[in-house]
Design a binder for this molecule. Sequence first.
Ligand SMILES: *Cc1c(COP(=O)(O)O)cnc(C)c1O
Length: 402
Amino acid sequence: MSFPARAVVDLSAIASNVRSLRAHAPTAQVLAVVKADAYGHGLVPAARAAVAGGATWLGTAQLGEAIALRTAGVTEPRVLTWLYAPGAPLARAIELDVDLAVSSASALTEVVAAARLVGRTARVHLKVDTGLGRNGLTPVDLADLLPAALRVQAEEAVALVGIWSHLAFADEPEHATVRAQHEVFADAVRLAESAGARLEVRHLANSAATLTSPQVHYDLVRPGLAVYGLSPLPQLGGPEDFGLVPAMTLEAELATVKRVPAGHGVSYAHQYVTPVDTVLGVVPLGYADGIPRHASGRPDRMGAPMRVGDRTLGIAGRVCMDQVVLDLGPDASEQAGDRVELFGTGLEGGPTAQDWALAADTISYEIVSRLSTSVPREYVGLDPQTGAVVGQVEDVTAGDAR
Ligand SMILES: *Cc1c(COP(=O)(O)O)cnc(C)c1O
């Protein structure tokens, strides 16, 4: 493989994280959210691993990802998708047995038309905006839409199988909006059921709520980040506190190593200047690969951490498009080709995606999900094609272009 870096994804960690999440929510089914290419881990392999861990549902934001799961042969679990614009290929999704979220009256009209076109009943989850202010029917919209929704259900164009919503402050379990949104949600469920909807699943909890707010587990929980072993509430606990293991390790080979004198400027605008005669190492990953430029070192502090041997070093100076520089120190014994770890499990003291999030003033969600597809994914732990237990398997589809 020519690309000098890779994201090693431990699919057995994903399966084990789903088992942990099932234990956190023993009365609910688990829908593993695999949107955004499974938070950068690879849609189909991650989906298969989640199913191996006991997820009975998968969820995607984009409709195209739901279709991609089915056409890749992920046929067993239920698949829910919730983000599409007018004119989306809803008929194809219905044919492929995908459950559809409906967030507006016009979306319901389109779903009904698509269901009639293919002669099948579309399974619909009405999305309620209980306070996030993103997509979903307001409680008033829901009351207005229910009569029409029950009418098309009677005609078997749709089956109203779910009512669902999403929390604004799930990562602050004590926040007043959690209770307020829960109350609005409970009212919406009552309204739908008293109007005659026979709901199969009511669902409200993302990762943070799955881990900390059992009162909102209902019939189905929808964890995303936690499936990949990262903590959605880093201020309350790390992955290990919730029984999770980070699944992705990002590693690279040093491209060059060279000795420079004291006072040598490093990378654009010389935001770092070598304090002594030292050795610089070039890591061949940059912002085009998804390394945040905000993780650059500055005159007052080093940038995001990397593991080199048994040392942790911060990025020296600016992150460039394809590379970053480390000051390996005057006594460095590293050579070109040696492995560095940008982030991983953290189990042996190495840096984590959460450490990178802190360094780049963001959240770990963004660190993993923005990793470019230019970086090959390599799967270990489970067979990425089947989710069965095996040794190491390389993904030959990604990253070959570079
Ligand atoms: C992304 C998303 C989730 C998963 O959120 P996490 O915080 O990653 O667990 C669940 N539900 C909806 C609607 C989402 O958009």
